[in-house]
Design a protein around this ligand. Structure first.
Ligand code: NOJ
Length: 561
């Protein structure tokens, strides 16, 4: 069946964390047939592409981003026939399938690493192996080669006696980094992409792809650069261009996840003339509630900073001819409704959580770029709020809980931080109904069901006027229909001193002008003159019309000239 090729500027992508979307066989884990069974729901929402997180064989030490075989389906998620069926059924509904390519590292269970462990020189050269500092010779580990930290806490190096070397792992210890300076590694990775392309998929998401080119010289991080030290490395553009050309995916729908990146690099990753990717994810806007830039230290979201980051990225990518992926949530993030909505609890229908969810959706969907809806965004899902650390499954959350205890935090405080920051916030099962296990599984779910499922669920929202689901559906339609949103210019506006928590911007195309204003404040505020007196209101998240020159708590309004 022909691949789905849609204009990415008009498209909306829906991200599925396969493990938590829908379980068809009662083993408590989401699977591919589960997704196929929900295609009509997704078609009703109107999305164009589905990005599926990894469903390949994996020991699951990092939620499937630790892959032991790139070309197969883990039996817990189904079979290759199930995959083919999902693609065929999605295509029937004009929905494309995008796969997650995790090519920066493998699992240590991958055959390549296993062969390296067995002493095969060819495969030892697939990984980044170094001698220890101060080692007296073979067999003596000495100290880690550099002081680099991995993403999930602790050193990025592990001594492996069977290799007689330290290996680099920028993520979990079970995820050794591939050595992209080795041409054979680059060819092997291109081959993986080609394999899935030939199987009929329509696009790709590349995991931490800006970390594939490591620094030329391995030196200690003395200035506290952290991940920026490995990001956007010296050969990254060359490797990406080569990958895209070899796999034959230039012009396909592609997105790169760019950790600790820069605007300049993202312009280069996504300018069509550079033949790298269609668009990039950057994360600066999701660090505005990190105290001193530290994920595990809480702060209130700084909306002034959020505005300035959006402005930089929106106007900067536009000026450079690049293209942004727009998103609030994914499987690595806490739910934005909780995060930016004053920790909005779910009290009743029509409560603050709904207003916040709709405001966030407007803010995102009307910017310049391609919006990504993460499963459950369209329902207004919030952080689950687990009661104990045992309920968390994520390696990062569990590691940092321990680190926080070691640093002197009490268990209650550490649990509170984990509840705010854990990646499991985004990994709780999709809420299909108010039935036990939220209609996600007939068995025991692999991770706990949030209490909010009784109110926030698809059954209660699909087809219900004014619901979050129907609001998202209308935004998807708007995106498809509107040239000014898809391709118009974007420019940020000053909402004035009395609106410090308002993000306002305009989109223009020819004579048409849209003005968007979104309040992140829990109190009313006055707006500066945005030049909209004679405009009509085309969209809002309150039932009644906005008052001139003012916004109510968490209000979002779109005016058209
Ligand atoms: C980014 C993925 O989104 C995350 O879930 C994973 O842990 C890391 N990359 C490592 O693959």
């Amino acid at each position: 069946m022909a691949a789905i090729e849609k204009d990415f500027r008009r498209s909306v992508v829906y991200q599925i964390y396969v493990k938590s979307f829908c379980d068809s066989d009662g083993d408590g884990v989401g699977d591919l047939p589960g997704i196929t069974g929900k295609l009509d729901y997704l078609a009703r929402l109107g999305v164009d592409y589905l990005w599926l997180t990894p469903f390949y064989p994996s020991p699951q030490r990092d939620g499937g981003y630790d892959i032991s075989d790139y070309r197969a389906v883990d039996p817990v998620y189904g079979t290759m026939d199930d995959f083919d069926e999902l693609v065929a059924q999605a295509h029937k509904r004009e929905i494309g399938i995008m796969l997650d390519m995790v090519l920066c590292h493998t699992s240590c269970d991958h055959e390549w690493f296993q062969r390296a462990l067995a002493g095969d020189e060819r495969y030892r050269a697939y990984y980044i192996l170094r001698d220890g500092r101060g080692s007296s010779g073979p067999g003596d580990p000495g100290q880690p080669p550099t002081n680099w930290d991995c993403a999930f806490g602790g050193s990025a190096w592990k001594w492996e006696p069977r290799l007689g070397k330290w290996y680099l792992h920028l993520h979990d210890v079970s995820q050794p980094d591939l050595d992209w300076t080795n041409p054979e590694v680059r060819e092997a990775c291109a081959d993986v992409v080609r394999f899935w392309k030939e199987r009929g998929v329509d696009g790709f998401r590349f995991d931490v792809v800006n970390l594939i080119s490591k620094p030329e010289v391995f030196e200690d991080d003395l200035s506290g650069q952290g991940r920026s030290l490995f990001a956007d490395g010296p050969h990254v553009h060359e490797y990406l261009r080569e990958l895209v050309a070899r796999a034959g995916i230039d012009g396909m729908m592609t997105v790169g996840e760019m950790a600790s990146t820069t605007l300049e690099n993202c312009v280069r990753y996504t300018r069509p003339e550079d033949h790298e990717l269609s668009m990039s994810f950057s994360f600066h806007h999701l660090k505005v509630d990190y105290a001193a830039g530290k994920k595990w230290e809480l702060a209130e979201p700084d909306i002034g900073q959020l505005r300035s980051i959006f402005r930089t990225w929106q106007e900067g990518m536009q000026a450079g001819g690049g293209w942004n992926a727009l998103f609030w949530d994914n499987h690595d993030q806490p739910r934005a409704v909780t995060r930016f909505g004053g920790r909005a609890g779910v009290g009743e229908r029509g409560g603050s959580w709904e207003r916040v969810g709709k405001m966030l959706a407007v803010c995102d969907f009307l910017m310049k770029g391609t919006p990504y809806v993460y499963q459950g965004d369209e329902l207004g899902m919030v952080n689950p709020g687990y009661d104990s650390i045992e309920q968390f499954r994520d390696v990062e959350s569990r590691n940092y809980y321990q680190i926080m205890l070691e640093m002197g935090k009490g268990p209650a405080e550490a649990l509170h931080v984990v509840n705010e920051r854990s990646r499991d916030n985004g990994r709780a099962p999709m809420q299909w109904s108010s039935a036990p296990a939220a209609g996600f599984t007939s068995g025991e779910p692999w991770i706990g069901i949030p209490a909010s499922a009784r109110l926030v669920n698809a059954e209660a929202e699909v087809g219900v006027e004014g619901s979050m689901f129907e609001f998202y559906r209308s935004l998807v339609k708007l995106r498809h229909a509107s040239d000014v949103i898809a391709t118009g210019e974007v420019r940020f506006l000053d909402a004035g001193e009395e609106a410090p928590k308002v993000i306002a911007y305009e989109r223009t195309l020819g004579d048409e002008r849209l003005v968007v204003a979104c309040s992140f404040a829990d109190a009313p505020c006055r707006l500066a003159d945005l030049g909209v007196e004679k405009y009509e209101v085309v969209l809002g998240n309150y039932d009644d019309a906005p008052a001139p020159g003012a916004l109510r708590p968490y209000e979002a309004v779109v005016w058209r000239s």
